[in-house]
Design a binder for this molecule. Sequence first.
Ligand SMILES: N[C@@H](CCC(=O)N[C@@H](CS)C(=O)NCC(=O)O)C(=O)O
Length: 180
Amino acid sequence: MTRFVLYGSPHSLPTYKVALMLRLSGAPFSFRYVSFQKGMHRTPEFSALSRWGQVPVLLDDGRIYLQSAAIVEHLAETLGRFQGPDPAARQKVREWMYWDVDALFPPVFNCYGVQLGQRGLLPIDVEPAIATYHRQRAETALSVLDSHLAHRDYLCATGPTIADRSATVTSPSPKSARSM
Ligand SMILES: N[C@@H](CCC(=O)N[C@@H](CS)C(=O)NCC(=O)O)C(=O)O
């Protein structure tokens, strides 16, 4: 039996973050597709796994892990991969991970929603002023990322850590994407 089981959707960036971490760490895993269209995330079976009804969910030897950033941190620790070389680097890794959750991912995700609505792919209608607000916040966060990477290859250390992976998946800046 496979140690890791990942519940998620191919349309979900947070799912992709966890899948990428597993793949790059060489950890085999089974994937269980949770279809939003079929409302699978609202079933009692899925609610028993995910208290917020969200993907991704990771089972590690049957134990449930939620929230992509927390899951990736768990994997880094348990697999001993991409944690950073020392305590100071690991502290920086946590800071960048939380900054991603706080400042980078939300506006990028909101811009994605705006685009899906504008292209008629989802019934989302966002006021132009709100769309501009999301876009400006995304551009500000991306410029922070780009300026931090202007003179270094990785965010926290001389090699890649989960912080690079997280920021790159949220929104590839040319430099961080190249360095992975
Ligand atoms: N902060 C969460 C976000 C998870 C999330 O937003 N998942 C979305 C798919 S991308 C979801 O399951 N949405 C279904 C819902 O909220 O009803 C994480 O990083 O795991």
